[in-house]
Design a protein around this ligand. Sequence first.
Ligand code: IVH
Length: 666
Amino acid sequence: MVRLPAERIRALRAEIERHNHAYYVLDRPSVPDAEYDRLFRELEELEAAHPELVSPDSPTQRVGAKPATELAEVRHRVPMLSIRNLDAESFDRQCREALAAEGIAYAAEPKLDGLAVSLTYREGRFVLGATRGDGETGEDVTANLRTVRSIPLRLSGDGIPQELEVRGEVVLCRADFERFRAAQAAAGEKEPVNPRNAAAGSLRQLDPRVTARRPLRFFAYAVANPEALSLSTHSATLDRIAALGLPTAPERRVVRGADGLLRYYREIGEKRDRLPYDIDGVVYKVDSLADQARLGFVSRAPRWAAAHKYPAQEEMTEVLAIEVQVGRTGALTPVARLKPVFVGGVTVSSATLHNEDEVRRKDIRIGDIVIVRRAGDVIPEVVAAVADRRTGREREFVMPQRCPVCGSGVMRLPGEAVARCTGGLYCPAQRKQAILHFASRRAMDIAGLGEKLVDQLVERGLVDSVAGLYGLDGAALAVLERMGDKSARNIVEALERSKHASLARLVFALGIRNVGEATAKDLARHFGSLARLMAAGTNELEQVPDVGPVVAESIARFFAEAHNREVIERLRRSGVRDEGAGAAELFAAGSAASGKVFVLTGTLPGMTREEAKALIEAAGGKVSTSVSGKTDFVVAGKDPGAKLDRARSLGVRVIDEDALRHMLSE
Ligand code: IVH
């Protein structure tokens, strides 16, 4: 069958619009992207071959228009009115009185926080799109609105009216906004403050190609000439235009009486943060169009509609100061102290600014008027400074060079966003964390020194730093909550034992940033004593395997901090061993186990797996968890597992604990 190009073009356009509708309005893609692209290309090719058949309502023409020099004015035939703010009870009372009726049916809808626009369809074709403007006169944004995929260029279905003027909101959905904001930030472009502003900026572009790249959405909420559809209610009118292909908010519903309105208000309020778009309230409308006509207008607003707002999620307030907080791990966080403001349902008087770069990027200054946002349970955020409220007296924030809590030096390592206090062993803000880490199993292994106990020790002033631990005695401990004589004695013994921990454990226990267990072992092996490690410069530190410039810098800064050195000196005076274990640790390179790979299986009679691992590693060996061709020895104890079978099948040497000990002492 030979089809005329005009016929094929018409069929392609209808099919593409159908897929658009399924994708952008119903959120239910009806074809794979590749098939969509194929149809689109076929249409483009046919139109290129037959330019006389190109028409502005073709899907290929969404981004067709050339940049404008200005946006033309459009006078609204029916003014775009504003709406009164009322709560559910007051609105229902007024309607009942005016209509002398009870149990009134209302159309309840979310109040989308975007931009009001008006779309005119003539003979089912989208011919004019305008912003609200002052309600009487708006701007012609037809070319921009054509790029919005959820706006049909042609209406579909039966009973398309000769002329239809639809009103609704253009929004950026939150997820799309976040992506857009991130892309702008990555490109070094100005970041939008919120979805509403981003939508407004996108809609009023002079170049529709720019708008086309912004993922705008449209939701219809009214028809300016409902008589064209001859229906008796607002809700049926919206159902009808939805059937013609126009998107409407899925949350809209018909409810009855003040109770119905209030229930709707609460339900949407509860869902608010999970909705795909920002809303600032709900809108109530008398559903019967005849009743709407009877109610008429008060000044510039209809008597048959009301907006019931939720607490604002954004407010303006002043930055009184920018303070710096020190976290448990030494991270310095700038925090804006704000003139208290009621936002998102609570009074907010401070908000985190995250880090130094964030303050620079947002250019927030002390004394600025800023927009504060608190959505749902999310912590309050300073969104932006209001530039045109600047007086010139605002002051820029500078990250302090010394920790505001303990006065130690502050460092910011290359590649890190966060500045940190280097006085990890000394800083009161980091005290609890430092002690817990110091005492942890893989560090000094002081059993019994858990979080609750550390809290008490620090809060009662019994321990000022990790060095203070060694001044504790049984009597001091026994008076603490949940602490009997026996547990107190156990802790004192564990403390005593810990004095003989390996140098690697001690180095790890100091909690130097970027020095984990493996690096601590390498450092202990390389330097053999804490004194030598402390004396090393960054060049020498970088000689150690896996220690690069960042780690070297971190170590050097830690030991350069006098406060830390004092604590280390106190540790030494308390009897904490700060030298390597002698032969095994210092001269590990010469041991028979050095450079060999061990796998442990089963229970060893005289040592725990942890101990065996520590000994092997101290002797320069490695412990791996699975047997492979690279394994040198499998150390098998009682009830060995499948690893033993695998060792045998691979021909790997299997040894017992005695043989291991012998090898380690060689
Ligand atoms: S009805 C005569 N319904 O709120 C009443 N407005 O209207 C016409 N808005 O900026 C408006 N969601 O863009 C109506 N479901 C909704 C709405 C809504 C948001 C906006 C509208 C305008 C403001 C006042």
